[in-house]
Write a protein that binds this ligand. Structure first.
Ligand SMILES: Cc1ncc(C[n+]2csc(CCOP(=O)(O)OP(=O)(O)O)c2C)c(N)n1
Ligand SMILES: [Mg+2]
Length: 360
């Protein structure tokens, strides 16, 4: 009996710009100078906001949150390839830049992270689900949304974002399978930051890449340099065009690195070394884009300072607006969970009123 090869697969990695900011013109996506500048401003704003959030948290003015430092290009570049108002974003919790790009007021993001659900309201006409903390459950929401859009004949795309750790969850497998079988217009974006809290990538999976997991579900999978905003945008645009024209889902692995702790309650120094982290500080996506822009004459030293100062001002204004918010009525946390309050919730509300003196 002959042994035959039934199929052969390979996985591509896409890079457009090197660390010095030189690009391969043949791969460079179609972006105007104005668009490139916008992307740069969004990344700088996200970085500054993230940094200020950390300071607020350390001062006790904000709750626990997950920083996005180092991953700005991965999720901003992908979201930029979508159409705001038409396409859906189904996020995890490490995509602050995507929310900012789609116009979420910074003070709302602060409010959410201070436990004030008023910040969770979704802007008019924006198709985005709230942050999802349970790992990978939202991937199924994304396939559900994509399936509904397909049934309705909409030519819109659902982008869902998750981490490398999420790929070990059953929900990942179910969502990918569903997406592949029904050829749904969904983009699965894995921000492979190489850590799931303290678990490194090689202990998470025996697979060389996340991208290759697409093969088993019958969809294209590609690895992209997640710190190269041009490469990220390029593969995301291809995936979005494919999804819109009925070509089905794509798995994108944005290969990047979590420069920060897992969340503000973590201390990564306990489980990772400087040798591991330091090379990635050199690969920072923001100075990399700045170097490109400088070479192209789009940005100079003054320009860098100007963009930074504008971001600082926006962040300062947002912090002021957030801190001037009237405190939320604590009873609000009992609303909007169920159509009617359950006996359990009623009991908790009575307890709250007793504690605050109202019920005595
Ligand atoms: C279902 C579920 N299990 C466990 C957790 C606890 N948890 C929070 S974040 C995290 C690691 C996630 O790693 P990854 O998917 O790589 O995302 P990253 O935090 O690196 O962005 C875990 C296990 C959770 N939130 N949900
Ligand atoms: Mg991770």
């Amino acid at each position: 009996m002959p042994v035959t090869t039934l199929a052969q697969f390979s996985i591509e990695r896409v890079e457009v710009m090197d660390h010095q900011g030189n690009v391969d013109e043949s791969l460079m996506p179609d972006l105007s100078e104005e668009q490139i500048r916008h992307l740069y401003e969004m990344m700088v704003l996200t970085r500054q906001f993230d940094d200020r959030m950390l300071k607020l948290q350390r001062q006790g003015r904000l709750g626990t949150f997950a920083r996005v430092m180092g991953q700005e290009a991965a999720h901003i570049g992908t979201t930029y390839a979508l159409e705001k108002g038409k396409d859906w974003l189904i996020p995890a919790f490490r995509e602050t830049g995507a929310f900012i790009l789609w116009g979420t007021p910074l003070e709302d993001i602060l409010a959410v992270n201070a436990g004030d659900e008023r910040g969770q309201k979704i802007g008019e006409g924006v198709r985005v689900l709230p942050v999802s903390i349970p790992i990978a459950t939202h991937l199924l929401h994304a396939t559900g949304i994509a399936w509904a859009m397909k049934q309705k004949g909409e030519d819109a795309v659902a982008l869902t974002v998750f981490g490398d750790g999420a790929t070990s969850e059953g929900d990942f497998s179910e969502a990918m399978n569903f997406g592949g079988v029904f050829k749904l217009p969904v983009i699965f974006l894995c921000q492979n930051n190489q850590w799931a809290i303290s678990v490194p990538y090689h202990k998470q999976t025996a697979a060389t890449t996340v991208a290759q997991k697409a093969i088993a579900y019958g969809m294209p999978g590609v690895q992209v340099d997640g710190n190269d905003i041009f490469a990220v945008y390029r593969v995301a645009k291809e995936a979005a065009d494919r999804a819109r024209s009925g070509g089905g889902p794509t798995l994108i692995e944005a290969h990047t690195y979590r420069l920060s702790d897992h969340t503000t309650s973590d201390d990564a120094r306990r489980y990772r070394t400087a040798e591991d982290l330091d090379p990635w500080l050199e690969k920072d996506p923001i100075p990399r884009l700045a170097r490109y822009m400088e070479k192209q004459g789009m940005l100079d030293e003054d320009g860098v300072v100007q963009v930074r100062e504008q971001a600082t001002q926006k962040v300062a204004d947002a912090v002021k607006a957030f801190e001037e918010l009237e405190p939320a009525d604590p009873e609000r946390i009992f609303d909007n969970v169920f159509a009617e309050r359950t006996p359990n919730l009623e009991e908790q509300l009575r307890w709250l009123k007793f504690r605050t003196g109202e019920g005595r």
